[in-house]
Structure formats: structure tokens, C-alpha cells
Design a protein around this ligand. Structure first.
Ligand SMILES: C[S@@+](CC[C@H](N)C(=O)[O-])C[C@H]1O[C@@H](n2cnc3c(N)ncnc32)[C@H](O)[C@@H]1O
Length: 372
């Protein structure tokens, strides 16, 4: 059998390029729809209409946007087969059963891939810097500050869609932290971003104390607003590789949630985790995506669309930010369990106390746990 089964005929290759060019442009236009709440506007108009349809003027008025622009946008969404139009070309429709996919519904969040699309404009803003980082004579990577601050809010919104359901139940139970957190312990999350997880944990486990640290001040500002009024949360701008000297053996549980592969020196950060954990304390990392470290295996496991999404996001963001200082480990988001385990071992965790789990309730994530 041809092991390179994905290699295409010349025409198939041309078709694939055209399809990606088209979807790329549609994706950027969809990001506008997310940011300007155009899908919400269209859903609102359709829901109120007896024929479940909407005109450009109605959507434009509902979204407080210019009609001419909204026509172009609705036409792009129509040609992308995301919404529909009648033969007059005037009456657009969103199927009723599609509305929760776009805007969420009773107990249902919108489709999480919409947040993935919403990363695109922010990545685009750093495009030239990423391009320079690729060059032999360019800088080693791209600092977080080169990306729009919107990265952190989009990240938090997306984290909510993938972790809201199980973070404080299935996940905590899986890693053996549920009872601890319910009873009341000291918890650190390094790389807390805009604070989705800290807020959720602090509300669910009021007896525990949560400290969140992130490299970026604007992320900490957003997290601080989000956690306002929660007495059990402390948020600090700082580097996980150099934690407070006073924290030695202070924490019962330390989390890295989707932050390890974005760190330049996760090895130093994990050394610090060893220092700040109490003896017997628990360290857990959630890593998204759950890469293998071998692209052939990754494509086989996830299929082309999903594995390409992971690697392309890594090339545009995770790898450049995780490379931006000399000596950075340059993990990339598909680093694989072998690399992850090695980091924990190098950080001082005993081999037999490290576990890597793939919880079925968190697709595409993997969970590392280690005991001090
Ligand atoms: C992919 S985001 C994840 C944010 C958040 N944990 C979430 O899942 O929504 C990675 C975060 O790690 C932070 N980060 C990267 N390196 C760090 C370091 N050395 N110390 C502290 N935070 C760091 C980034 O600023 C960013 O907010």
C-alpha cells in the first residue's frame, strides 16, 4: 500500500489549494461575524420573522452595521454554505436547528470552532513578526506582546467551550483533586491567561485559595476584572520560571492549563513547581492538543483537517511565543507525551509518579499528573 496515500493528482492538489484559499477567506469573514455579533443579529431577525428569514437591511439594523458591508458578508456566508438565500437573492435564512450552533442555546454553548476561527485576526496581526522569526537571520521567536490582547479573551472564551463542563467535576476527580479542593487547599495556576479556569475553580471550591500567575499584564488585568469580588483569588503578573521565593512548599496543587507548550522554559517552570509544592503535593497539566510528536501519526489519528489546524496554529502562535528567548525549548503545541514526561522528570518528578491520561470527556486534550 502506498504509505503516502495523501499525495494527490495534480488536479486534486489544485482543487485542494482553491478550497483552502476559499475557506481561509471565509474564515476571516466569519471572525468578523463573531466579533461584530452578526450571527446573533441574523438569528434574532430570523427568530422574529414568520418565514424565518432576514433581509440585509434588517440584519444591518440589528447589528448596528453598514448595510453595504453586511450584504457582502451575508453573501460570503451564503456562498460558504453556512446560511441560505432564496432565488430572489434578497431573503436570507438560518435554519432554526442551526441557531444554537451559532449562538448557543438553553444550556448549550456555541460551536467551539467559532472561537478557533476568532484567533485568526490576532494571529494575522503578528504575521510579519512570525515571518521574520522563520528566517535564519531573524529573531528566535515572537513575544506575546506582538499578538493582539484579544488573544487572551478569545482564549478564555474558547477554554470555556472545551473545559466548562468537566473542569471542576470529571477532571478533578480523575486527577484525585476533587476532595482536596472541596476541603480547602492552596492552589497555583501558572499561565492563567484571562482567568477562565481560576474563576471557575474559585467559585466551585470556595474553601480553597487560588493564585494565578501570567506573564502578560493585560491578561492579568482581564482576569482581575473577571474574578472581582472573589475573596479566594489572587492574581499576579510574573514568570512561572521564577516564582516568589516565599512560596517554597506553599501549594497543595499546581496547575498548568494549556500553558506548558507556550512557555519558553517550561523546564525551569517545572523546577519551580517542585519547589513550591508541599511534599506529596499534586501537579497537573492539561495540554491541548494531544500530539504524538510524529506528524505522520498525528494526521492518521486526527485526520487532515484537525491535525492541520493544530500544526498551523502552532506555527502561527505556540511555537513563536515558546521560542522568543535565546535557549527556549520551542515545544510547539503537538510536543507529544514523550517530551512531556521528560520535562516532568527533568523537573524532579519521579518517573513512577508521572501519569499521562487521555480523558474521553476532554477530546483532543491530554492530562499529566505527578506527585512530589
Ligand atoms: C494558551 S494560553 C492559556 C491561557 C489559559 N490557561 C487558558 O487555558 O485559557 C497560555 C498562557 O500561558 C502564559 N505564559 C506563557 N509562558 C509563561 C510563563 N513563563 N509564565 C507565566 N505565564 C506564561 C501566556 O501569557 C498565556 O496566557
Amino acid at each position: 500500500m502506498n504509505k503516502r496515500a495523501s499525495l494527490k493528482s495534480e488536479q486534486e492538489l489544485r482543487d485542494q489549494i482553491l478550497s483552502i484559499a476559499s475557506l481561509g477567506q471565509v474564515a476571516m469573514a466569519m471572525a468578523l461575524g463573531v466579533e461584530l455579533k452578526l450571527f446573533e443579529a441574523m438569528a434574532t431577525v430570523c427568530k422574529a420573522s414568520p418565514k424565518h428569514s432576514a433581509t440585509v437591511a434588517e440584519v444591518a439594523a440589528q447589528a448596528a452595521c453598514k448595510e453595504r458591508y453586511i450584504y457582502e458578508w451575508m453573501a460570503a456566508m451564503t456562498c460558504g454554505n453556512l446560511i441560505d438565500v432564496d432565488p430572489s437573492g434578497q431573503h436570507f435564512s438560518m435554519r432554526p436547528e442551526h441557531i444554537p450552533v451559532w449562538i448557543g442555546g438553553e444550556g448549550q454553548l456555541p460551536e467551539h470552532s467559532l472561537h478557533v476561527i476568532d484567533f485568526l485576526p490576532g494571529f494575522g496581526g503578528a504575521f510579519n513578526k512570525v515571518k521574520e522569526a522563520f528566517r535564519l537571520d531573524g529573531p528566535p521567536g515572537v513575544p506575546y506582546s506582538a499578538y493582539e490582547d484579544t488573544f487572551y479573551t478569545v482564549m478564555a472564551a474558547w477554554s470555556r467551550t472545551i473545559h466548562d463542563g468537566e473542569l471542576c467535576s470529571g477532571y478533578m476527580e480523575l486527577i484525585g483533586a476533587l476532595e482536596l479542593l472541596q476541603k480547602g487547599v492552596n492552589v497555583l495556576e501558572a499561565g492563567c491567561g484571562a482567568g477562565f479556569h481560576i474563576e471557575k475553580m474559585a467559585r466551585t471550591f470556595p474553601n480553597s485559595h487560588f493564585t494565578g500567575i501570567d506573564l502578560t499584564q493585560s491578561a492579568i488585568n482581564t482576569a482581575t476584572t473577571r474574578c472581582e469580588g472573589l475573596p479566594n483569588v489572587k492574581l499576579i503578573c510574573g514568570n512561572a520560571s521564577h516564582l516568589d521565593k516565599k512560596w517554597t512548599e506553599h501549594f497543595d496543587v499546581v496547575f498548568f492549563i494549556d500553558s506548558c507548550h507556550d512557555m519558553c522554559r517550561p523546564d525551569l517552570a517545572i523546577n519551580e513547581v517542585q519547589r513550591v509544592l508541599k511534599p506529596g503535593g499534586l501537579f497537573s497539566m492539561i495540554e491541548w492538543p494531544n500530539g504524538n510528536g510524529n506528524v505522520y501519526e498525528d494526521r492518521k489519528k486526527y485526520g487532515s483537517a484537525v491535525s492541520a489546524l493544530f500544526y498551523a496554529a502552532s506555527a502561527m502562535h505556540c511555537l513563536p511565543v515558546g521560542s522568543h528567548v535565546e535557549g527556549a525549548l520551542q515545544l510547539g503545541n503537538m510536543m507529544g507525551h514523550g517530551r512531556g514526561r521528560k520535562l516532568l522528570e527533568m523537573g524532579g518528578f519521579a518517573k513512577d509518579k508521572i501519569e499521562v491520561l487521555e480523558p474521553p470527556f476532554m477530546p483532543y486534550n491530554c492530562v499529566y499528573t505527578a506527585r512530589k
